[in-house]
Design a binder for this molecule. Structure first.
Ligand code: MN
Length: 251
């Protein structure tokens, strides 16, 4: 019998905690993401950052890597000092995740990213971020950190015809937006495939092939009511399946 696909999902660490000190820096992953991956009959498993562990230690465990949303990336990883509007970063988690991205990337395994995921992916592959859109990008007039319910779409994006994102979303999509950072300088090897009306980068993919697809919004909070967002996950699982098949044929 065929085994189920195994998707490694990097954890976040709890930065807000109550008096229960045992929960300090507890690793976690948003439930909506685990739920949709489970519904698509794959096995998601969570990777907490471990001091001293590196990407190579994990790359054989999974068929693909999924980078969920989370806090800001420490700007030290793209060569900048922190400016006033930077949020609470966790350089240990960043270091771990950047290593993982590079290991999975080198191995040719599929990588997907959401929100912080698109940002850490871009940094891991050599790009930079706006530490704060409002402070650092005067063209970004859209409120990208929405006050509305986190699952509600609030702004539009234009999607590049022929891209992986286009296959799920069509020419435009209406997306939620819970970020104050975004990609500034795009990493080599990536291309932009979705942009907001103010020019903010909202989706990237591999420039060649289909190893990497990442979005700046949160489809894991939208798939319940928006079939095109569910389709993003369906297509991701298809890419992983395709990758596993191609590896099997190679051996
Ligand atoms: Mn946005």
């Amino acid at each position: 019998m065929e085994r189920k696909l195994r998707i490694a999902v990097t954890s976040r660490t709890l930065t807000k905690f109550n008096e229960n000190v045992t929960m300090r820096n507890a690793p976690y992953v948003p439930r909506d993401l685990i739920t949709i991956l489970g519904k698509l009959d794959v096995i998601p498993f969570v990777l907490p950052d471990v001091e001293g562990a590196c990407g190579r230690d994990y790359v054989d465990m999974a068929d693909a890597l999924f980078l969920p949303g989370g806090q800001d990336v420490d700007p030290v990883f793209f060569g900048e000092e922190p400016t006033w509007k930077i949020g609470a970063a966790d350089y240990k988690m960043d270091r771990f995740e950047i290593e993982l991205v590079r290991a999975f990337y080198r191995a040719g395994k599929p990588i997907a990213g959401i929100c912080r995921g698109i940002q850490v992916l871009n940094v891991a592959l050599g790009g930079t971020l706006y530490q704060d859109l409002q402070a650092d990008n005067p063209d970004a007039y859209i409120r990208h950190s929405q006050a509305a319910d986190g699952s509600y779409p609030t702004h539009h994006v234009t999607v590049e015809p022929g891209s992986r994102l286009h296959a799920a979303l069509g020419d435009t999509a209406f997306v939620n937006s819970r970020h104050h950072q975004s990609i500034r300088k795009l990493a080599p090897g990536l291309k932009v495939t979705a942009v907001a009306p103010d020019g903010v980068i909202e989706g990237v993919e591999s420039a060649e092939g289909d190893q990497v697809v990442a979005v700046q919004w949160h489809p894991e909070n939208m798939w319940q009511e928006h079939p095109e967002m569910r389709q993003l996950f369906v297509n991701f699982v298809k890419r992983v399946q395709k990758y596993v098949e191609s590896e099997k044929n190679r051996l």
